[in-house]
Design a protein around this ligand. Sequence first.
Ligand code: LLP
Length: 435
Amino acid sequence: MDAFSYREGKLFCEDVPAEELVAQFGTPLYVYSRALIVERYREFRKAFAAVDPLMAYSVKANGNLSVLRLLADEGSGADIVSGGELQRARLAGIGPERIVFSGVGKTVTELAAALDAGIYGFNVESEGELRQLAALGEATGLPAPVALRVNPDVQSPTPHRYTRTGHHDTKFGIPIDEARRLYRAAAQMPGLRLRGIDFHIGSQILETRPYVVALSRVLELVADLRREGIELEYIDVGGGFGIPYDDDEGLDAAAFASALLPLLHESGLRVVVEPGRYIVGPAGVLLTRVLYVKQLAKTFVITDAGMNDLLRPSHYASYHRVAPAELHPERESLKVDVVGPICESGDFLALDRVVERVREGELLVISTTGAYGFSMASTYNARPRPAEVLVEGRTSRLVRRRETLDDLVRGELDLLRPSFVPAGGGDDVGPPGPG
Ligand code: LLP
């Protein structure tokens, strides 16, 4: 479906004009299409339907509670990486039996909270974590359900090295040989319930081959373990399924599924998948106003969204389409840098990009920002984070209000004035008090 389309030159999200959204909610603004999120979720699930997988949506891609609720209502589970994501998933109504917990640095507090909640499985990434869980399992009398996250040592062709996790020289997972030893050890630990095996090789992968290579390696280990009498119930193949950011088509879920399904079927194991970006990435845009157009050695289009609102271009040199929300094809196009207000040269949304000659005050749309957009936003430069809106047909709902200046100082203590309580009215934190 075309969740974001131009009608007579004006951008709509589903049936709501972008101008109407920003008139109501301001800019910068993240806008999500409900219909497209649901469509992407169903498409992915259908592609893998032959193995009826546990769909563990990767919360880090977009953890907005309403987005999670929408997916929970579709039957989704969650892949979480922190106690905060556990809380989000639970608040949104995702059952603990549909939650897997990934991440290299889970704290004891986080492990204990997830164990207590009764999650489906911990994707364990080190011997230390395994022992910690075993101790918790013994102490609580609740054996911890574990899978080892194996590092299959494959090169994953992602657009940036920061998003590759399947190679032996990254911090992620446990090398296959070591995993063999740890499975044997874990099988003897009464505080554990050995359940599965897991891998995740990176993010924004547009080829099936690295998955097939990784899966084959991991299934060899499963077979070896089986021969030793260690039987596993599930295999988690992680996420990373790529989407098109430019006009190129990318791969669809069916392509990933058809490459993986034969091996998965043969394994006889329950399958867990952890897609994040695939489901929400295309379903969101960032709307931003042009503040100024500045003609120097280059033309700079300065927007009210910066790297704090959308980090991907500056952090990974990622490409996002940029266009005016109202097209005027009669205008000339020119090459510009689209930059934010942050005091850093690395603060940009697009470099050397050919766009229509836009004017100050115009609205721009930054496409395909539903994943790792808001979720990576910060308040750098003391900038409140944007609002988020979910559109359904003709209806738009604010699903996260824009942060206020008060929000930004809440929780800070003024050590120079022990009695100071930063909870002023409006945006004013009050005049300095005595002494
Ligand atoms: N499972 C695990 C264990 C992960 O680490 C990740 C992503 C996922 C699943 C979901 O991956 P997805 O299907 O969304 O590609 N901030 C980067 C992406 C970092 C992904 C980190 N892990 C970006 O903006 O491209």
